[in-house]
Design a protein around this ligand. Sequence first.
Ligand SMILES: Cc1ncc(COP(=O)(O)O)c(C=O)c1O
Length: 421
Amino acid sequence: MSAIAQWIPDFETASGLAREHGTPVFVYDGPTLKAQAEKALAFPNAYGLTVRYAMKAAPNRYLLEQVHRWGLHFDASSGWEIDRLLAAGIEGKKISLSSQELPLQFAHWLEQGVTVNACSLDQLERIGQAAPGSEIGVRINPGLGSGGTNRTNVGGIGSSFGIWHEYIPQILEIAKRHKLTIFRIHTHIGSGSDPAVWQRVARMSLETVARFPDVRVLNLGGGYKVARIPAEKSTDLQEIGAPVKSLFEDFAKQHGRELKLEIEPGTFLVANAGSLLSRIQDVVDTGAEGYRFIKLDSGMTEILRPSLYGAQHPLHIIQEKPAAAEQDYIVVGHCCESGDILTPAPGDPEALQPRRLPESAIGDFCWIGGAGAYCSSMASGNYNSFPLVAEVWHEGEGEFRLIRRRQTLEQILQNEASLEA
Ligand SMILES: Cc1ncc(COP(=O)(O)O)c(C=O)c1O
């Protein structure tokens, strides 16, 4: 399946957004996000489904409240994310925590109905000591990974996420000692779209579930890839989900347990719903043998994925009078950092890959697509002291609403000490 259609504003709309909010500004397209949420909620399942939004992808409160209203639950990756959800009025029972760092207050959240997946043997031990007798989930590293690059692959021997599958006897021993009931097995192996891999993971995860008699829920994590550019492939949830559903039915026949399915997509929901409206602030070149560069007024301060993974984002130049000619450009960000580039080679952040774009000039807009997931939330905010930018929600049909103000200099400085104070 090719890249899903992404909403792109015309020159007038882009100018209006820039006038009102400045550039760069993140724009989240409500109708696109809703359509993706509906697809996720239709994931094939045999005995019930909970879709958790992996909020690390984009944690703006307005967005959390919207997906909550549409019936999604939440996957949090830190205690701070739990607090953010609770502050948005979301009940603890709709929140699940899978965290590399077990927050100190976890027992307090367990009392509020938050469920926790122990992600290491030591986490399990600490939960057992602090809250003996509780119900708990366990994140397993099934020994298999799937992902575009080593940076997005979170299963297998190279990954520290979850408890290595050979340590199940130790899990059972700790649980028994602290009278913990293991009600959920969780696996999340990374961003892949290959149905065969999902089927293998589901099968392996069900074999794991068979070893835990009290498990009622299997969470298969996120990692459902979407195409941001035409060369990439989107995951078809119906295609990967159908065999998973049959495997759950086989499991029920064999073990007499009807397991509930959980999935927790981030990328799938928001990646193509979010874009960054940016402005070209310079155009330079390095001579006849060199490159022609577009310099934006944004960069790794908003979108780090190209520098980190060699990720590809669609770039659309928006001009009052569309240029007839095209040129090859390297598009770079505004930080004093050679890694701050928007056009690396696919999967190789070290290599420059020129992009064919309309002949561009200072002041033209550059609309960076596929920027909803792991952009605003993950970028190197405040590097070179650039403020965190505004975020806007597109209700559809040209109706916008400001959902995060641009950070002020006072906010950047407010926690710093001064010799004068
Ligand atoms: C435990 C867990 N669940 C869900 C996700 C969401 O993954 P994606 O955004 O690729 O769907 C992640 C991402 O890192 C994760 O670590």
